[in-house]
Write a protein that binds this ligand. Structure first.
Ligand SMILES: [Zn+2]
Length: 312
């Protein structure tokens, strides 16, 4: 059992993505530092308040709990992860995203791609398979080491480091992917802005994040209201999987204006329908597809050309 973490609690004054002041943002409810289940009233724990930006739809914790030591969140013992199937690479990995990418750009020999949060390097292998010169970086020392040893990733292509401490030359990459990373970072707006500097003008970036419009979360929150509690299911700032933000499409539209990129495509993926029984899944899936209320939001953006963007 993991030791309970120790936290600083930072008051949030502005929406991280659009900059709107948070004092008038609605409070959705409170979030425990553990799974809340059907009877959250019977659970002990610490809660933080969850707010939603009324301008862009970003959902965030306020105050924002930040652990004294990030290892409390991500220092997972390797034996929790190292199951044989993790090391099996399937050539179809990332193939759906590559199919979408081909609609947006023609992949040519010598083009460079970057996977942010490369894990074991499987996405790098798929990017290389698609014709890219593939690079990446990974924050976890143990994942980085296994990527080199077990997946035979070229050590000159995969750095060990975090969004905060790695650097690359400006305008290096034709394509950058940011999958399942941004919701874990304390400053997603700054992280995207930094990655955009690494992108060539006209280059494409793929971002996938949890959507703040997710239907299942809204249904669970309605249930919590009906049983007369003020809990909400959004985010997990103090327990696994440590999601700190859920994003609206408008979060990126607002951020794009300040950062010099243009959203060229967006998609919502249905993904999980837990905890609803299986017979309801076709109906829920239909509604989520129809209304754009799936679990994940994928945003594809292009870096503006200097000629068309004045960096305002
Ligand atoms: Zn906002």
């Amino acid at each position: 059992m993991r030791q309970q973490g120790r936290y600083y609690f930072y008051p949030v004054q502005h929406c991280n993505m659009c900059g709107d002041t948070s004092d008038h943002h609605p409070i959705l409810g409170h979030r425990l530092n553990r799974s809340q289940g059907f009877r959250p009233r019977t659970k002990t724990g610490i809660t933080t308040t969850i707010q939603k930006c009324s301008r862009c739809g970003l959902i965030y914790a306020n105050p924002q709990p930040v652990p004294f030591d990030l290892q409390d969140h991500y220092g997972v013992p390797p034996e929790d992860y190292w199951k044989p199937e993790y090391f099996q690479y399937d050539a179809h990995y990332f193939s759906q995203e590559l199919a979408t990418l081909r609609q947006l750009m023609t992949i040519q020999p010598g083009m460079k791609a970057m996977d942010i949060g490369a894990g074991l390097g499987k996405c790098m292998l798929s990017l290389a398979g698609a014709g890219f010169d593939a690079y990446g970086f990974e924050g976890s020392e143990s994942f980085h080491q296994r990527a080199l040893e077990r997946m035979k990733i070229d050590p000159s292509k995969l750095k060990q480091g975090t969004m905060e401490n790695v650097s690359y030359e400006p305008e290096t990459f034709d394509f950058i992917t940011f999958g399942a990373v941004l919701e874990h970072l304390y400053d997603p707006a700054q992280s995207i802005a930094k990655a955009v500097t690494w992108l060539k003008p006209g280059g494409v970036m793929h971002i996938e994040v949890p959507s703040s419009r997710y239907l299942i979360s809204r249904l669970i929150n309605t249930y919590y209201k009906l049983i007369a509690t003020n809990y909400v299911t959004n985010l997990s700032p103090m327990h696994e999987p440590y999601h700190l933000f859920e994003f609206g499409l408008r979060s990126f539209e607002e951020h794009a204006q300040k950062t010099g990129y243009t959203i060229v495509l967006r998609e919502y993926y249905v993904c999980s329908m837990a905890p609803f029984p299986r017979f309801l899944h076709p109906l829920l899936s239909y509604i989520m597809k129809k209304t754009g209320t799936g679990m994940q939001l994928a945003v594809w953006l292009k870096k503006n050309d200097m000629n068309t963007h004045r960096g305002s």
